[in-house]
Design a protein around this ligand. Structure first.
Ligand SMILES: Cc1cc2nc3c(=O)[nH]c(=O)nc-3n(C[C@H](O)[C@H](O)[C@H](O)COP(=O)(O)OP(=O)(O)OC[C@H]3O[C@@H](n4cnc5c(N)ncnc54)[C@H](O)[C@@H]3O)c2cc1C
Length: 337
């Protein structure tokens, strides 16, 4: 089988299926370790998932330099005004994406996946043939783990996601306590994290991302990069004729904070289970998604309407009280489970 893309999604499915005895080719156009615009925030539930899939706990990930920091506190600002210091029941972790992604790519190679540094150019799914910069590869199963601009999604599924989000990120000053800035971007937020990631993000191609980001750009040490994000929208189909979409390629991320790493690992795990255990893996994968992933994305999208709309319409005093009262529940839903 052929897995295109070796981010968290591709590395996870390559790891699981190689370990299950499949002959896996893992193809990526980047030279590893490669960087990836990302806040690098890892929720507790992601850490638990990674531990279950790969067998590495927090201490091993810290020793390997994959996890850099953790925190249970965060600050929230509204239009520059500090709303306070909040506490999360489950810790948040911060990773360097170049080390994180390379670590899991190497684990897939350890269990037998063959890595090829090449870019996918075209897919002919009638002939089960993928053409890459290093030649053609015949596959039985193809997994599109090639990120938000997925060629597999465009060429095999032909689907355009109905909504994109946008974000800008730079590497800059590291804050000791992570900070979230609300109120500068409608349906979005800005952040400054302890790993030096500074950025702004908005749903629906939010027009004010640039001006929101400019307010923080004094914190940047590197040139900002712009990127598309799914931010709670998705495509209709994720499996057809032995082709599967996982992670960002399938437009999986939540609609509240645009967390994507969790969904990359989890959708890859679900696709691997469907491929390894079932005679109709396409419909089984879709069933797993309908049962677990779509409801979760929809729940967080629903909450986001409340968070982002209420941010615009309620007076500050009400906002401070509501955020204080609900921060426990919100951080538990996003981070713990
Ligand atoms: C600015 C920003 C901040 C973010 N912050 C966070 C955060 O703090 N926490 C969080 O959970 N999520 C965050 N996300 C989302 C998260 O980065 C993604 O959801 C996650 O990287 C998805 O993993 P993936 O494996 O699906 O795709 P990627 O990590 O994008 O990996 C795709 C891989 O495919 C390769 N590829 C692409 N095209 C081809 C091709 N044609 N041929 C061969 N290889 C190809 C690429 O080189 C890449 O290595 C953020 C996203 C952005 C843009």
């Amino acid at each position: 089988m052929l897995v295109v893309g070796s981010g968290p999604a591709g590395a996870t499915i390559a790891f699981l299926l190689s370990r299950a005895g499949f002959d896996v080719f893992l193809v990526d156009k980047a030279v590893f370790p490669r960087s990836k615009p990302c806040g690098g925030l890892l929720t507790y539930k992601t850490l638990k998932l990674v531990e279950r899939i790969f067998g590495f706990g927090l201490s091993e990930l810290v020793i390997s330099g994959v996890v850099e920091r953790s925190t249970v506190r965060f600050q929230v600002f509204f239009k520059g005004y500090p709303l306070g210091l909040f506490h999360s029941e489950c810790p948040f972790f911060f990773v360097d994406r170049s080390r994180y992604d390379d670590f899991f790519r190497l684990r897939a190679i350890d269990v037998g996946a063959r890595f090829l540094g090449a870019a996918l150019r075209r897919v002919d799914n009638n002939r089960h043939m993928a053409s890459t910069t290093l030649g053609c590869i015949k596959y039985g199963v193809l997994v599109g783990a090639d990120g938000i601009g997925s060629i597999v999604r465009k060429q095999v599924f032909g689907e355009k996601p109905y909504k994109y989000g946008v974000c800008l990120e730079c590497k800059g000053k590291s804050f000791s306590v992570p900070a979230l800035f609300l109120g500068d971007v409608p349906r979005g937020y800005s952040w400054a994290f302890p790993n030096g990631s500074v950025g702004s993000i908005a749903m629906n191609r939010g027009g004010n991302v640039v001006s929101a980001f400019n307010r923080l750009s004094g914190l940047c040490f590197s040139r900002p990069k712009g990127w598309s994000v799914s931010f709670g929208s998705t495509v209709k189909r994720h499996a057809v004729d032995s082709v599967f979409l996982v992670g960002d390629a399938g437009f999986f991320s939540d609609g509240l904070v645009a967390e994507g790493i969790y969904y990359a690992h989890r959708t890859a795990e679900l696709a691997a289970m469907a491929i390894a255990d079932s005679r109709e893996p396409e419909s089984v994968y879709e069933r797993y998604l309908r049962k677990e992933v779509y409801p979760r994305i929809r729940l967080l999208k629903g909450i986001s309407m409340f968070v982002y709309e209420f941010q615009l319409f309620f007076p500050l005093s009400v906002k401070v009280k509501l955020l204080g009262n609900f921060s426990d529940i919100l951080t538990r839903i996003v981070g713990c489970v």
